[in-house]
Design a protein around this ligand. Structure first.
Ligand SMILES: Cc1cc2nc3c(=O)[nH]c(=O)nc-3n(C[C@H](O)[C@H](O)[C@H](O)COP(=O)(O)OP(=O)(O)OC[C@H]3O[C@@H](n4cnc5c(N)ncnc54)[C@H](O)[C@@H]3O)c2cc1C
Length: 441
């Protein structure tokens, strides 16, 4: 199909670097190219960078969406060699060095693809409306709507069976996102809403965290998984390991545990079980002949370029970089950030005629938060949990938030919540009666 007109070119004959995706990888790459003699165009289908690690706090009414988002245009406005286009990339023409967009096309000399990942329902895409997952601002506000609507519906309900189902929350997937959501739900039920209702007792809420593997936080050392489980139990969360979800229906979830199959009546299910690479990965692979792994990630060279195309780089969640340990690097923000910085440095080196060493990821550790004052931290030789880990978690996330304004607003919100336990952003938004994403009665 013919593309509409190309996007406007910039004057001068500086090399054109096009970056698709203004997430962690793309934004850091752009920022590192700010004083380089190249013309950078950053393309994203959203006009903001989203700090996904704090999405669960939006989903649970702790923060507002604007607290964790920063508009790309404002973030990059001081860098005169960088421009931002709001557009969706639909493919690339690797031969003509052109990115195809929903609004036209744009030519590049160097291309950085950083379009991240999306959720994965392992062939059960029809579960998406029944069990939303957390990836976008819209997902977070939808989950927030479902959580707080369930308590409201319970307050109006007399029948005890229905009441029980409304106050049962199932989270599928015991990775960091599932653990953080479960902990936050525990606090909502036991602290935030404790005295807010007259008919129901929110502390009777059932929160089930289902994990198919043998322990939650499987990428953490076993003792930290154990401590996380204990912290969750203190918040009223029931952790069920070795539990496979076999079906999700509007009124319940069917699970298999050993040889037992059980259907749990519930109204709110949240999916935190799987991710796959962004859809653009397939188009890039088709255009370049690059190989994809089972999650749709592009297998990249040691310098993060696509085999046979030294001018195309793939970074972040979309890249499978297995040259360091033999296994792909994890899909986490520090990997994307370091890869963004590396490619920017490599581009600068090429302009100066300097070869680049292979990319090396520096692993500074992992952290997951469990509720208001507890976390687990795996920082290499240092492994700890509890309040200190929570403080470190707060610090690390604050310094990584993109805009200064967000750092200030989020620290105020966290401070306020720590003392008041009030989740000020627990708004129910969206049309509860007609919202097509929620088919539940
Ligand atoms: C709920 C949640 C919690 C997380 N918690 C943590 C955590 O605690 N610690 C941690 O390190 N990591 C965490 N992560 C993972 C981390 O957010 C990702 O690893 C990181 O965002 C990957 O960066 P990226 O640049 O590859 O992609 P992203 O940050 O996802 O950015 C991709 C960008 O590409 C844009 N885009 C996508 N497709 C197109 C297209 N076709 N055209 C134009 N633009 C497009 C998107 O709008 C987006 O802005 C979490 C992720 C989620 C979803």
């Amino acid at each position: 199909m013919a593309q509409p007109d190309s996007l406007p070119a910039r004057g001068g004959n500086k090399p054109r670097v096009v970056i698709i995706g203004g997430g962690f990888g793309g934004l850091y790459a752009a920022q590192c190219l700010k004083h380089t003699l190249v013309e950078v165009t950053l393309i994203d289908r959203r006009n903001f960078h989203l700090f996904q690690p704090l999405l669960y706090q939006v989903a649970t009414g702790w923060l507002s969406p604007a607290n964790i988002a920063a508009t790309l245009r404002a973030t990059l406005k001081r860098h005169r060699n960088i421009r931002v286009f709001l557009a969706e990339a639909t493919g690339i023409d690797a031969g003509s060095r052109r990115v195809l967009l929903n609004t036209g096309s744009i030519d590049y000399d160097t291309l950085i693809v950083a379009t991240g990942s999306r959720h994965h329902y392992f062939g059960n895409d029809h579960w998406e409306t029944l069990a939303p997952s957390l990836k976008t601002v819209e997902d977070a506000t939808e989950i927030r709507r479902r959580i707080f609507s369930a308590f409201e519906a319970a307050e109006r309900t007399a029948a005890s069976e229905q009441l029980q189902a409304l106050l049962t929350f199932v989270i599928i997937g015991g990775g960091p996102t599932g653990v953080e959501l479960a902990g936050a739900l525990g606090e909502i039920a036991n602290d935030t809403l404790k005295n807010d209702f007259r008919h129901i007792d929110p502390t009777k809420t059932r929160i089930l965290l289902m994990e198919a593997g043998e322990r939650i936080l499987p990428t953490y050392p076993p003792e930290l998984s154990h401590r996380a489980e204990i912290s969750l139990q203190k918040l009223g969360v029931t952790v069920q390991t070795h539990t496979f979800v076999t079906d999700i229906q509007p009124l319940g979830v069917t699970v298999k545990h050993s040889d037992t199959v059980e259907t749990i009546p519930c109204r709110t299910v949240i999916w935190a079980a799987g991710v796959q690479a962004s859809a653009l990965g397939k188009s890039v692979a088709q255009a370049t002949g690059a190989k994809l792994d089972r999650s749709g990630r592009i297998m990249v060279e040691p310098d993060l370029s696509v085999p046979g195309y030294p001018e195309i780089f793939v970074i972040g969640d979309l890249a499978n970089y297995s040259h360091q340990t033999g296994n792909p690097l994890p899909g986490i923000a520090p990997v994307a950030i370091q890869q963004g910085r590396y490619v920017a440095k490599l581009i600068r080196g090429r302009l100066a005629g300097k070869p680049a060493p292979p990319f090396r990821y520096r692993d500074r550790g992992n952290m997951a938060i469990i509720g208001r004052a507890s976390a687990v931290a795996d920082l290499g030789k240092l492994k700890f949990s509890g309040f200190l880990a929570w403080l470190v978690w707060l610090f690390v996330h604050l310094i990584n938030l993109v805009e200064f304004e967000n750092k200030v607003l989020v620290s105020v919100q966290w401070g306020w919540y720590y003392f008041s336990r009030n989740r000020a952003a627990r708004l129910i938004t969206g049309d509860t009666s007609t919202n097509p994403k929620n088919p539940r009665p």
